[in-house]
Design a protein around this ligand. Sequence first.
Ligand SMILES: [Zn+2]
Ligand SMILES: [Zn+2]
Length: 490
Amino acid sequence: MKPTVIPHAAYQHFVMEQLHARYGRAILFVNADWPLVLKCWQTDLSGVTTQLRTTYSNRGPEPRDPASMLRSYLVYLFTNPEKGLTEWVNIMQRTPIYAILSGFSPDDIPGLGTFYDFFRRLWPVADKNIKPNKQPKKKKKQKPKNKKGEKAPMKPGKVQRLVTWVLRSIDVHVELPGDRLFHFFETNILSVSKELGLLGDADHLSIAGDGTPLVTQAYRRSKATCDCRARGITGCNHHRYYSQPDCDPGWDSSRERYFNGYHLYMFTAADSPHDLPVYPRLQPASRHDAVSLVASSVEFQQRFTLGTTRRMILDAAHDAQAIYELLIHQEIEPFIDLNTRSKTNIETGSDIEISPEGIPICPKGTKMKPNGYDKARHRRKWRCPPDCGCSDAKYGRTYYTRTQDDPRLFPNTPRDSKAWELIYNTRTSSERTNKREKVDYHLESGRHQSTMMWYMRIYGIMICQHLDAWYVSQKEEWDLLKKDICPAAA
Ligand SMILES: [Zn+2]
Ligand SMILES: [Zn+2]
């Protein structure tokens, strides 16, 4: 049978009834329980049932309520994220309040298989991984010689080729296995955060993008698919079976060690005081930030329907001419820190040179000063004061730069302006988002084998982050509900 869409009010009624039946009318929550109770009470998840109805057949027994399955998964992430899901089922048996808040009667808790059946429906393709398990044998990679905290260097040619290829087919919409999850997340979670004003200017988003290592195993595991070894043949070229085919080895620059897993590239609403995540993407661990950004930016612009993206705020690892080209094509203003390895000035064909930071240098070697923007002619004016001596002109030497000549060196918002500083400072929101997911919500404790389950966990944690923000921002209003749920609390 197809599941019945249970209105959220019916869930609330069920929770009240169960709590009273079990604990009497005078149940009292301890203060630490209230945030969880209120988040469940206030979050309508019935949209997931509506969305997944078509994935259930008309026949057979009535399935578990999908909204309750999802809610239970969130309660698990809120309360016991460092444990496994098998343990979560046991915890619900021991702690009836968690079962009740999920929407289950404590005498009738679903088993582990029911959870996996539910997750399967949020993942529209047969394979739980994106690449096949059987792959040609991978060569061992050389350890990069990076300094501590330094990311692997980017190959600019690679990013340029990728962007050129992407721009040729930028309107071609390729479906991704994570689309069902994003659709639910956008229509049921992001839309509420937008309504509550928690995404900043959601009609014209400012987005911070950054990648973080997601460790799944210490080493890549694989086994032979042939019996060559037993027959005494070594070094054959037969495929091997990889248990995590979408993962590969990468270098974790902050922990200074190799790991096997993913590179999680996250978009965060940069104007949001709550550092709210908006779009996750799993890439193989070896992938560079700049390459991940290209894929995420194209996919996000195709999928996000609640507004447009106005700005993209990225660290110096993304400083490549091709990234500017892509973002400007997408009508997004890039705010990217310069990665100035070069110390030499750039020649201009006149007697003025440009410093690696994009500042004109007069023939006497003085850094010129910004002197306003000429809107009509789309150019920025620079000057040297008369006392520099590089010019006989009454007000000193002038020079003009135009963004379209070099958007990297002469961005629309100048790098040394207050406006740039204020906007660029919001980039750290992406670091806080990643930290929250990994430290507070134990993202890496997932111990999953499949990309499908890793996406479930990431989206689950992202939903928890939004619910946390709803609670913090609406606390006074939500706290008034305590006396409806539990009259003795008032
Ligand atoms: Zn073989
Ligand atoms: Zn001068």
